[in-house]
Design a protein around this ligand. Structure first.
Ligand code: SAH
Length: 353
């Protein structure tokens, strides 16, 4: 199996629009490719949203800086470790630390200190970080302190579209620069986009897929845009069904063109349909990220309306998630942190063609 399949923009646009039996067939094909390239193993990572304080003012995001209706919080390194303890005691060996975006030294130290104490206690814990754009030296510091994966969504690969979703203070070029710096630093690099976001046209999504290929990403986390009522884009016209279908088809097409990367089935899918997470797996995803943030803070990390909060009973929630994965004929994996096979291949420079 080649690890990159070439496909034209026109073909991608056609595949993304499939519905009904043709859509089921697309997802079946993507699942088959997943089985052949990365096996039927589904990696479970505990998601810890450790701060919702954010410097950015993205027009779509519920935790944007100028949303004054958010109770802002920041966990201490010990509290972050406490959430990791929860994940570890449930048998997980992989966590994702996510936050709003900040570049001040105090924040950077909070992240670095937390990474160090997590690694000290759990040397084998796989840590994914998702804390936005930083200087290259900061990425190096985070990597050295123990983070091995980094998720930074480009949100859209079209610069004009990007500029309609973000204020002038944010720069598409900076985001690209950050993604390259992450790769050069040695991270497993993940990016993603918002699907069916305002002003998006089908061609943009096809370009997003081609962008992922060009950037040669190791991981992808993408999900449908869902309005948040307290944001400038909270009242745009929007079809949940259309977004859901496109969300699933994006996963399937990406699996077909980049068979050996890790692809997450994201919470936004679950927001649009109760079994959305499972549908994402059936479409070709191989990673899920149940929440392990302190339960009382989860409703303060509302990126979009109706974001599910999971359960206060983390262990029970995890057990039922594992059962659901098994019922799809897939294998839930917690004892292996699930390094991206694409990353292993590209860093060992192994050609699979
Ligand atoms: N600040 C971090 C991550 C926090 S936000 C970073 O820069 O990477 C995580 C992701 O939530 C964003 O990348 C965005 O794609 C998604 N998101 C934010 N608002 C959303 C909305 N209204 N609908 C769907 N996804 C949204």
């Amino acid at each position: 199996m080649a690890n990159v399949t070439s496909i034209s923009k026109k073909e991608i646009i056609e595949l993304l629009s499939l519905k009904g039996s043709e859509q089921i067939e697309l997802h079946r094909k993507a699942s088959e490719i997943r089985r052949d390239s990365v096996s039927d193993r589904v990696y479970i990572r505990g998601l810890i949203e450790f701060s919702n304080i954010c410097e950015n003012d993205c027009f779509y995001c519920g935790i944007r800086k100028s949303n004054n209706n958010v109770r802002r919080y920041e966990l201490t390194p010990d509290e972050i470790l406490g959430a990791v303890d929860e994940a570890a005691s449930s048998g997980l060996t992989s966590v994702v630390l996510q936050s709003g975006e900040r570049r001040d030294r105090r924040f950077i130290s909070l992240v670095t200190d937390s990474l160090r104490i997590i690694k000290q206690k759990y040397p084998f814990m796989g840590i994914t970080l998702s804390s936005g754009e930083q200087d290259r030296s900061v990425y190096e510091e985070f990597h050295k302190a123990g983070a091995s994966r980094y998720l930074l969504r480009i949100e859209t690969s079209n610069e004009e579209h990007y500029n309609r979703l973000h204020p002038g203070a944010m720069s598409f070029r900076e985001r690209i620069r950050s993604l390259h710096d992450l790769r050069d630093t040695g991270f497993q690099v993940g990016t993603g986009v918002m699907i069916n976001s305002p002003f998006q046209i089908p061609e943009n999504l096809a370009d997003d897929i081609l962008f992922f290929q060009t950037l040669d990403i190791d991981m992808c986390g993408m999900g449908p845009f869902i309005p948040h009522s307290g944001t400038p884009l909270g009242k745009v016209e929007y079809s949940a069904e259309e977004s859901f279908n496109l969300g699933l088809n994006m996963i399937a097409v990406l699996r077909i063109v980049m068979p050996d990367i890790n692809i997450a089935s994201t919470t936004a899918l679950e927001t649009l349909s109760p079994a959305g997470r499972e549908s994402g797996l059936m479409a070709g995803a191989n990673v899920v990220m149940p929440q392990f943030s302190p339960f009382s803070l989860r409703d303060s990390y509302t990126l979009y309306d109706n974001k599910p909060l999971g359960s206060e009973d983390n262990r029970g929630f995890l057990d039922s998630l594992k059962e659901k994965i098994k019922s799809l004929g897939l294998i839930p994996v917690t004892e292996d942190s699930g390094t991206s096979i694409h990353y292993i291949r590209r860093t060992q420079n192994v050609s699979t063609c």
